[in-house]
Design a protein around this ligand. Sequence first.
Ligand SMILES: *[C@@H]1O[C@H](CO)[C@@H](O)[C@H](O)[C@H]1NC(C)=O
Length: 394
Amino acid sequence: MTKSQITLAILFTLLTFIDVSTSSSNVFNVVSFGAKPDGVTDSTAAFLKAWQAACVSAYSATVMVPTGTFLVKGITFTGPCKSKLKFQVAGTVVAPADYWAFGNSGYWILFNRVSKMSLVGGTFDARASGFWACRKSGQNCPPGVRSITFNAAKDVVISGVKSMNSQMSHMTLKGCTNVAVRNIKLVAPGNSPNTDGFGVQSSTGITLTGSTVQTGDDCVSIGPGTRNFLISKLNCGPGHGVSIGSLAKTLNEDGVENVTVSNSVFTGTTNGVRIKSWARASTGFVNKVFFQNLIMKNVQNPIIIDQNYCPTHQGCPTEHSGVKISQVTYRNIQGTSATQQAMNLACSKTNPCTGITLQDIKLTYNKGTPATSYCFNAAGTNLGVIQPTSCLNK
Ligand SMILES: *[C@@H]1O[C@H](CO)[C@@H](O)[C@H](O)[C@H]1NC(C)=O
């Protein structure tokens, strides 16, 4: 070796050594901070201490939750942290079985203003069966909590996470930018009340890929202010399908733009792909939506726009929706409808849907009669073969 080669070799050895030493010393194991993997000892304070130690690290750090079951109460992990942070879970995190333990906070596990962070692996079980029973029996119950929430997060990866038995939503993103969610599983019984799967609002640049949602409410719910959201390879059902809305909850509302749902399967759901708004005034809109390469298996409403939502006709003085829907494409959607009306495009009385494209749709009804379609104030273009016959205004 030449002198410079030797220098380089020494340098590489040193670098490797430094890298190994920093990465091992930068693992913050919750057990080292007092957490107990017994499922009964309250490990909330230990989780917070591990987070706080990792969060001030000058090098990229890992919060490690090893195998075992950890009881954690309502908890907020606050960022941004000094360096990249990985929150790695090998075990199971359970919520207190007593649903009164959360008060009115609305959250079980909240990540607030984190950036450059990843949440990897683990099972989060909110154990909400007592809470659902309380709600179903009409007793006095607390408002309920979401299981995992990211508020105002930026540059986040969520991967391989399983959430079970949530009280309300399993996972919610609000005010987030650039979040990639991969290979997650959200599970609650089909008859559990208001257990939405994945919810997004006021966020941009979100992807949800390769995931399974089996729950009692929307598999994915898309709220006002969602932009550039891509869903692909979703397995949805049981549940209420993918829903843009309900929109027009408030008069001054941000719109929904550039949402794609592709290469996904819906099994036994109440809806496939839905856009839903209250029948009342709003500044909201829905623009540039692509529903493509979808398989419907025994879905009650495979394709549905419902702009007349107003249960018990309360709070909708004009009974028409101010939400403007435009540029919505339905392409290559096939399978079976559990009701005869496989396609229902019921747009606002005062704001017609425009630029709807239907292309290569094949939805059948398996009860001996052909499937039907219904349109109200829906205009656009038909391409390829469309079954049931399209009812769009040209
Ligand atoms: C639309 O969203 C996709 C992600 O689904 C993104 O890649 C694309 O850049 C967005 N388009 C525009 C015009 O922002």
